[in-house]
Write a protein that binds this ligand. Structure first.
Ligand code: ADP
Ligand code: MG
Length: 238
């Protein structure tokens, strides 16, 4: 279980300020989707939550605990990137287990978690294949599986489907919705696909140049956009 609170979060890269006084509460078990134009700070925000990027101002709290100084490895969350970077020489099973072996987990527990992730993602028949024997969608499922085996309290997704072709994207979107239904883990999901945002989100955050323009349910944003920018963003499919 995980809830997050971002308080007055600011971020600068040298003299470039990309975010100031950002405030946002993320509820336990919600599927929060982050949308906004390229360069508005979506990846930066995820990376700060993950602990991969230092925050310049403010605080990030997970379950009431300020994590500003907590290293990424101790944050009990898992991030899925756009590029799936599987180990090419390892089987799917080994790719799934690899991160856990580094945690000195015992064999039976690793096997249990790998089996569970494979079941949830329906990749059991693929466990003994190598990545080159997988389709793009199957590879991305394995990449998501590598997050699931860690049993994180929080998933962070940075445009995980944007490298897939349109048909696969639709299929994976449905699978992600099913995954969320089964796990009900808190998810923060970045996308620039309006349909993904509208269908997956419990709530959507619209970011523009490091500032939140509006937060609301898909229906709220669609029927009562706060301004023309939000209306344009939610209303016009890309
Ligand atoms: P998004 O994911 O919404 O496209 P990013 O978070 O990647 O946006 O980038 C936000 C802004 O921060 C952009 O202006 C980008 O150029 C800048 N930026 C991102 N990462 C770095 C970095 N490591 N060093 C300097 N500037 C960066
Ligand atoms: Mg990005």
């Amino acid at each position: 279980m995980a809830e997050l609170r971002l308080t007055d979060v600011g971020k600068s890269y040298g003299s470039l300020s990309v975010m100031e006084h950002l405030n946002l509460a993320i509820h336990d078990g919600e599927f929060l989707v982050l949308v906004g134009p390229s360069g508005c700070g979506k990846s930066t925000l995820l990376r700060m939550i993950a602990g991969l990027e230092e925050i310049t101002d403010g605080t990030i709290a997970i379950n009431g605990r300020v994590v500003n100084d907590l290293p990424a490895s101790k944050r009990e969350l898992s991030m899925v990137f756009q590029s799936y970077a599987l180990y090419p020489h390892m089987s799917v099973r080994k790719n799934l287990a690899f991160g856990l072996q580094n945690l000195k987990m015992d064999r039976a527990e690793i096997d249990r978690r790998v089996a569970e992730a494979a079941r949830v993602l329906q990749i059991e028949p693929l466990l003994d294949r190598k990545p080159r024997q997988l389709s793009g969608g199957q590879k991305q499922r394995v990449a998501i599986g590598r997050s699931i085996v860690r049993e994180p309290q929080l998933f962070l997704f940075d445009e995980p489907l944007s490298n897939l072709d349109a048909e696969l994207r639709v299929q994976m979107r449905v699978e992600l919705a099913g995954l969320y239904e089964r796990l009900k883990t808190t998810m923060i999901y970045v996308t620039h696909d309006q349909v993904e945002a509208m269908t997956l989100a419990s709530r959507i955050v619209v970011l523009r140049a490091g500032k939140i323009e509006q937060v609301g349910t898909p229906e709220e944003l669609y029927t009562r956009p706060a301004n023309l920018f939000v209306a344009g963003f939610i209303g016009s499919p890309k």
